[in-house]
Write a protein that binds this ligand. Structure first.
Ligand code: PMP
Length: 390
């Protein structure tokens, strides 16, 4: 029996630079003590107060089918949060609750791309992006963001790739680079979308993790609310990665179509998880700051360590739980460096090549171990860079 072309082509095939990650996982399973600075998983788990709210809801009986678009209280809480943070008029009718940001990315592209349409995404990119676009039948095409532009997508780069495109996926604060788009970049994205009649799908799952600069959504730029779908999530802001709750915010008519999609795919998000999310959002900024504080601290540690040497440069970044280190002065590819580091010191980082071509020669470091372990590991990474350079 044959499976569909669509599913067999989902991952694109070939080496994707994730070998280091899987090798580290194998070493851990074999009992090796590996410092994992690979994926975006908080070292501090979901706050006990959120779990208490989830427990009370589940024990209280909210375990049946929940409303497919999301429970009213959560759609209301998300729309209120978006309105307060961005100043853009937003109501519950503009919100679809999804099982995490990933499902939101899929639903948003499903809503705007027809089979064979070109969907743009920026390189370097979060690993699932090309597969998500191919998964809805779109042709995934990259817009390179370059180290010399600070990994910010430019108007010119978008327009140069826009022939036949219907959408562009942007992501700030960015995974993998940690870069926060500046106002000029966001305005350039908006201008390209308007000039070339593109949907803008804006992945803002790291919007509470901004250390320098400010988070500006393309939806805030004039003329963009009607062509922007914002993807959000409780995963990163509230350390709720396993709870699978996120959202898409956009024009009501598009949200209505996405509700139909949800009815025929996910059938919604568990009610007790949504109640926990309502509780968590109700706690406001103090809880978000508590969750994000470790990454702010570790970034300062990293800046201090990197400043002490001049071989490895840290990409100028302002957010998210990652750092991107430019290893090109070592003469090694990101992949070669990461493999040698894993063998020599049992420290796992992600090669830039796992995130596309534009981040070749870099490695991404997730700041997801406690401060002391992070400082020690990063110190070793920098010493090792100097050692392999000879
Ligand atoms: N977008 C980006 C940029 C991410 O890094 C992630 C998770 N690592 C997601 C979306 C999806 O997150 P979730 O489905 O857990 O909300």
């Amino acid at each position: 029996m044959q499976v569909s072309q669509r599913i067999s082509n989902l991952t694109g095939g070939g080496s994707d630079g994730w070998d280091v990650f899987y090798r580290a996982r194998k070493m851990i399973a074999a009992g090796v003590d590996v410092t994992e600075l690979t994926i975006g998983e908080h070292d501090v788990r979901t706050d006990p107060s959120i779990l208490a709210a989830m427990d009370a809801s589940a024990v209280g009986g909210h375990t049946g089918y929940a409303m497919v678009p999301g429970i009213a209280a959560l759609r209301e809480a998300v729309s209120e949060r978006v309105k307060v943070r961005t100043g853009v008029a937003t109501g519950p009718e503009n919100v679809l609750i999804t099982p995490g940001g990933q499902a939101g990315l899929f639903a948003a592209h499903h809503a705007v791309c027809d089979e064979g349409d070109v969907a743009l995404y920026c390189d370097p990119y979060y690993a699932t992006y090309p597969g998500t676009l191919r998964g809805v039948g779109a042709v995934a095409r990259t817009v390179a963001t370059l180290p010399e532009d600070g990994f910010q997508p430019t108007y010119e780069a978008i327009v140069a790739q826009a022939e036949g495109a219907v959408s562009i996926l942007v992501n700030s604060p960015n995974n993998p680079t940690g870069v926060v788009y500046d106002r000029g970049t966001v305005e350039g994205i908006a201008r390209a979308c308007i000039d070339r009649d593109l949907w803008c799908i804006s992945d803002e799952v790291y919007d509470t993790q901004v250390w320098e600069g400010e988070h500006l959504s393309p939806r805030q730029i004039e003329g963009m609310a009607e062509r922007t779908l914002v993807v959000g999530s409780m995963s990163k802001s509230h350390a709720m990665t396993g709870s699978r709750v996120g959202w898409v915010v956009g024009p009501e008519a598009v949200i209505d179509h996405m509700i139909n999609l949800a009815t025929h795919t996910t059938y919604g998000v568990p009610g007790f998880v949504q109640d926990a999310a309502v509780f968590a959002l109700g706690e406001g900024a103090p809880l978000e700051e508590k969750v994000s504080a470790p990454f702010r601290r570790r970034r300062e540690i990293a800046k201090r360590l990197v400043e002490r040497q001049n071989l490895v440069q840290m990409v100028r970044s302002g957010g998210a739980m990652y750092l991107m280190l430019d290893m090109r002065a070592t003469g090694l590819s990101g992949e070669a460096f990461a493999n040698r580091l894993l063998d020599a010191h049992h420290i796992a980082v992600m090669p830039g090549e796992s995130f596309g071509q534009a981040a070749a020669g870099h490695v991404r470091v997730a700041m997801t171990v406690d401060d002391a372990a992070f400082e020690a590991a990063l110190g070793t990474v920098l010493d090792f860079a100097s050692e392999v350079t000879g």
